[in-house]
Design a protein. Structure first.
Length: 116
């Protein structure tokens, strides 16, 4: 299975990659919602959080560690930031290759809008 993000991981389509190692890749979101908006993805295709298995614990944890490292490098660690993983339709997932959004650089407000 391939995905848009798998092509970015393999360098087949361009992206502003800020970090890459054997298991994860991080690149700037093409349509940023804040001054820092970076996506952290496993190099292997895992479509959604629902598809994670015990065998993925290391890569899933590594995504968090890499997020913290990038936040420090971006200079947003102290002010704070938000990590978001959308899952399926209600979660607003559009690209079905697991990814963690690292968003910061401005106050982000309420986490989820309350229904009126
Ligand atoms: P999600 O709604 O969680 O699936 O988020 C998908 C994200 O991927 C969106 O924030 C898009 O702006 C971003 N995106 C889509 N295509 C690209 C691309 N080619 N390079 C970087 N980010 C992208």
């Amino acid at each position: 299975m391939t995905t848009l993000f798998a092509k970015i991981v393999r360098g087949e389509i361009p992206a502003d990659i800020v970090y890459q190692d054997d298991s994860v890749t991080a690149f700037r979101d093409i349509n940023p919602v804040a001054p820092t908006h970076i996506l952290i993805v496993p190099n292997k295709v895992i479509p959604t959080v629902n598809d994670l298995t015990a065998a993925d614990e290391q890569v899933a944890g590594h995504m968090l560690v890499v997020a913290a490292k990038i936040a420090a490098e971006e200079g947003i660690a102290e002010d704070g930031y938000r990590l978001i993983i959308n899952c399926n339709e209600y979660g607003g997932q559009v690209v079905f290759h697991l990814h963690m959004h690292l968003v910061g650089g401005r106050p982000l407000g309420q986490m989820v809008l309350r229904p009126r």
